[in-house]
Design a protein around this ligand. Structure first.
Ligand code: GDP
Ligand code: MG
Length: 901
């Protein structure tokens, strides 16, 4: 056990500090300290600007606007922004909200928690509200900034449930990553509209110094990769292309957003006349490409590399504006600044060049405005969600249609169309987790103060739920409101009644039998990595537990269970998720010190080939003789076929996914002609108890059948090697007979005999253990790639793919690695590459641990990893390191093994 060092002690000062972490986020907005050398006048000016800026950021929360904007459902859009870590999601959102204020630090909304600021990444999903007035109508946008770390992927899946569409950011240098692929697949599965945003394109120009044609190739190669994912998914979805205008190019740094429509607009030239003076069309598009007066562009085959009109139509202008700002001609820039009154808006004369660039690009491309226009047109508001609602409602009404006449049916339908439905996807803790705010979206109806509703979670537990206070939320700034209509996102104050996300809040408890808005499969998760924690002082246990309970409410990335010994076992998707949980509990929810164990994983026990010998047992008292053989269930080939078939069904049919039908089909395929007694499904694996012959209609045997099945289920739960679940084994009963006529059945004896029999049959086959593996992708500068291979060398990694990324100096490495060896990997790689690498990891599957778990002869002692695993786990569970064979294996088996070959 080692002590977790990140925690403070329980004194007053640190408590105050901890308090600030969250309070800051919800209450007091704190700004960057001002430079001391700024004059008083400037400071005054600056504070005035702060005020103005704040107004632009929170103007949407102003009373006046609220009543204007929240009524019109069709003008409201909820858009989640997703992508791999560091792909520029938060920068993009910050830039479209605060673009006009170059004097303020960009991070005004970004990274408000102290730890987010230290790690430079988003940890908690941030909702952002922006209202834009256009033609006297108020368009309202709820942007959800999702965390980018792959361990927090569930947060994105939850955000997806209430979104109308998704903006997927792809870093132009790193390209399409493993995570981008997962995100696209999630979107396709839930049929959400996707907009691809290729970010940080200024880096292609300033860092990589790509010529325009290579720039174009680079963008095309990213689009190609995206389309490949869509092709492989076999889903109905348009391919992405620049001309279809479902792709945008973005640089948040300089304020450039480009789609084919914006180009079109630019070409028909609507920017202010003053810019025409400096950037005339003939200059932006070379006179050879542009017929002045006729507004016609022509492609120029003379120029090498510019056969594609997009290059000189879109990319060359960017280059020209860029190089203008990098002062090809200082005099011209001075003129420009003077004439456009740009200097008026500057506080210091030695302005940074970046601001000039922002100013130029903004004016030419109409930066934040053009993005809003694009998204309001591209994402239809809540059409998909409405459809889900009407579908489920019509199902309801059709159920009752036998009772009602046609008009009554319509009446029922109309009545339910006004029902209140709210889908909550995230709890935000407030003041030490004493209270929680439930974030979500109104899917139907209108929510009013003091509404009394029903909350229902996955397990169909129904709570009464009274709505007292609810707020509009914008970067954790809250605004209380009295009533609000369909389509809006909001937070509802909640008093610890509800425990699980996602949660559906409806007007009548019986409206939905299942939740039509959320797919369980989307949120299905495996938690391979584990640790146990206990409080440093044992009297704090209850405090710790209540803290854990509160944390689990806010996150789906970890689970916890209390052990008999008073320790708490927490399992998570990865190291980052576990770290985060401990940190949150220690620093915020419980405020105490904990001891943390070394990380460990769960294992599974299986066999490699079918057994050659029968395993025999005799229940002495009951006089019953039993014979069993094990067979390996080999479904890997067929599995995909079946899974695909079953996945293609929708919601209700999904229930059949792991039902008898499915199992029977599996059994048929694996040519088990035996008579199926029972089966057990665990984590997608299968165990079967079957009978070799079908001739046992012996009444005596029928009597003990249920006992035998129970014993089989018990045997599968904890295997013989290290008490871990048994998977993928078919226990084929060869013979069961009563030796003499049964006088009395001793159920306990039969059950323990059967359990031992199952275990011994595993041990005399070829027992193996399985461990979880993760699939990890690393994107790194080429010169560091060798370093990474060295790091992987000692971690049993299997390299699947490594290749350079087109048009960059980066290298992409894809590998499989045992999950236990991912501990510290991320830190190692980041440290050795000076933080230039991108690391993405997901759980992949279960694979055999090399080595023989039970035999440990001298010649294989060195690399017998399986044996070491077994010893460690057995020690951990308080068992002796050696398996006691004599306990399990009957003498008669040994005799048979010796003589009956
Ligand atoms: N050069 C350049 N850097 C950018 C741009 N957008 C973001 N970045 C940088 O990329 C890093 C990660 O950005 P962030 O928005 O936090 O990524 P997130 O994890 O996806 O939210 C930051 O250091 C930004 O400065 C851009 O348009 N150009
Ligand atoms: Mg972020």
């Amino acid at each position: 056990m080692k002590e977790y060092t990140n925690t403070g002690t329980l004194n007053h000062v640190s408590e105050q500090k901890f308090h600030n972490i969250y309070e800051k986020k919800f209450r007091n907005f704190s700004f960057q300290e001002e430079d001391s050398n700024i004059t008083r006048e400037n400071r005054k000016k600056k504070s005035e600007l702060y005020r103005k800026f704040l107004f632009s950021l929170f103007s949407s929360i102003d009373e006046f606007f609220i009543y204007k904007m929240i009524d019109n459902e069709r003008q409201i859009r909820t858009i989640s922004v997703a992508g791999s870590i560091n792909s520029g999601k938060s920068s993009f959102l910050t830039s479209i909200i605060s673009f006009n204020s170059p004097y303020l630090k960009d991070s005004i909304y970004k990274h408000m928690r102290t730890d987010e600021d230290i790690m430079k990444t988003t940890i908690i999903m941030t909702p952002l509200l922006k209202s834009i007035r256009k033609n006297n109508k108020y368009n309202t946008y709820y942007f959800l900034d999702t965390p980018g770390h792959s361990n927090l992927f569930q947060d994105f899946n939850l955000a997806l449930c209430i979104s109308d569409g998704v903006i997927i950011t792809i870093d132009s240098i790193e390209g399409v990553t493993l995570q981008t692929k997962k995100i696209i697949n999630s979107c396709l599965y839930t049929k959400k509209k996707i907009f691809i945003l290729i970010t940080k394109i200024d880096r292609l120009i300033s860092e990589l110094r790509l010529p325009p044609s290579t720039f174009y190739d680079k963008i095309q190669s990213i689009i190609f990769d995206v389309n490949l994912i869509i092709k492989n998914s076999n889903k109905k979805q348009d391919y992405f292309s620049f001309s279809k205008s479902n792709i945008g190019i973005l640089s948040a740094e300089i304020g450039l957003f480009l789609t084919s429509e914006i180009l079109n607009k630019l070409y028909h030239s609507i920017y202010p006349t003053i810019f025409k003076l400096f950037f005339p069309k003939e200059w932006i598009w070379h006179t050879e490409n542009f017929i002045v007066g006729k507004n016609i562009l022509k492609s120029n085959p003379k120029e090498p590399g510019s056969h594609n009109p997009i290059i000189f139509f879109a990319i060359i202008p960017i280059y020209k504006l860029y190089s203008f700002c990098l002062s090809e001609n200082p005099l011209k820039i001075m003129q420009f600044i003077h004439k456009t009154n740009f200097s008026n808006t500057l506080l210091n004369l030695n302005f940074p060049l970046k601001n000039l660039m922002k100013f130029v690009f903004k004016s030419v491309f109409d930066y934040p405005q053009s993005t809003y226009e694009k998204f309001s047109e591209y994402f239809e508001s809540s059409k998909h969600l409405n459809q889900l609602f009407t579908n489920s409602m019509s199902k309801q009404s059709s159920k009752k249609s036998s009772i009602f006449s046609h008009t009554a049916k319509n009446h029922f339908y109309d009545k339910y169309m006004e029902k209140k439905v709210f889908l909550g996807i995230k709890f935000f803790p407030n003041s030490y987790g004493k209270k929680f705010l439930l974030f979500g979206r109104i899917l139907n109806g209108k929510i009013v103060n003091n509404d009394s509703l029903y909350a229902k979670n996955f397990n169909n537990i129904v709570h009464n739920f009274k709505i007292n206070h609810f707020f509009l939320i914008n970067c954790f700034q809250l605004k209380r409101i009295k009533s609000i209509k369909k389509g809006n996102c909001l937070v509802i104050e909640e008093n610890n009644n509800l425990n699980e996300i996602p949660i559906l809040i409806t007007e009548e408890s019986k409206v939905y039998e299942s939740n039509p808005f959320i797919d369980k499969n989307l949120l299905k998760n495996t938690y391979p990595l584990k640790i146990t924690i206990e409080p440093a002082y044992s009297m704090d246990l209850t405090k710790l537990l209540s803290g854990i309970q509160k944390y689990l409410k806010t996150s789906k990335n970890t689970i916890a269970s209390v052990q008999e010994s008073g320790t708490v076992q927490i399992s998570g998707i990865g190291e980052f998720a576990l770290n985060l949980m401990i940190k949150e509990i220690c620093d915020f929810f419980s405020l105490l010190k904990v001891k943390v164990s070394n990380p460990f994983i769960s294992l599974k026990e299986t066999i490699e080939c079918s057994s050659k010998f029968k395993s025999i047992s005799i229940a002495q008292k009951s006089r019953i003789y039993m014979e069993i053989m094990t067979e390996k269930i080999n479904l890997i080939k067929e599995k995909n076929e079946i899974t695909k078939k079953y996945l293609s069904y929708q919601n209700d049919e999904m229930k059949h996914f792991y039902t008898q039908e499915y199992i029977m089909e599996k059994v048929k395929i694996s040519n088990l002609s035996n008579n199926l007694w029972s089966y057990q499904v665990h984590d997608g694996f299968l165990n079967i108890l079957s009978e070799y012959k079908t001739s046992y209609n012996d009444k005596q045997i029928l009597k003990i059948r249920s006992t035998l099945i129970k014993a089989f289920l018990m045997a599968c739960r904890t295997g013989p090697i290290c008490m871990e679940p048994v998977v993928n084994i078919n226990f084929a009963i060869q013979e069961i007979k009563s030796i003499e006529k049964i006088q009395q059945i001793f159920k306990k004896e039969i059950s323990s005999c059967m359990k031992k029999l199952c275990h011994s049959s595993i041990l005399i086959s070829t027992p193996r253990i399985l461990e979880p593996y993760s699939e990890i992708e690393v994107v790194t500068p080429f010169e560091s790639s060798k370093m990474i291979f060295n790091i992987l060398l000692n971690r049993r990694a299997i390299i699947l793919n490594d290749m350079p990324i087109q048009g960059t100096l980066h290298y992409r490495i894809l590998f499989l690695i045992p999950t236990i060896n991912t501990i510290g990997l991320e830190t190692d790689i980041r440290y050795h590459t000076q933080g230039q690498s991108l690391i993405i990891g997901f759980f992949k599957g279960w694979y055999i641990v090399p080595g023989y778990p039970i035999s440990n002869q001298n010649n294989i002692k060195k690399n017998n990893i399986a044996h070491n695993y077994m010893k460690k786990i057995r020690r951990k569970k308080g068992m002796s390191e050696k398996i006691n064979f004599s306990n399990l294996i009957n003498e008669s088996i040994i005799m048979k093994l010796l003589f009956n070959k």
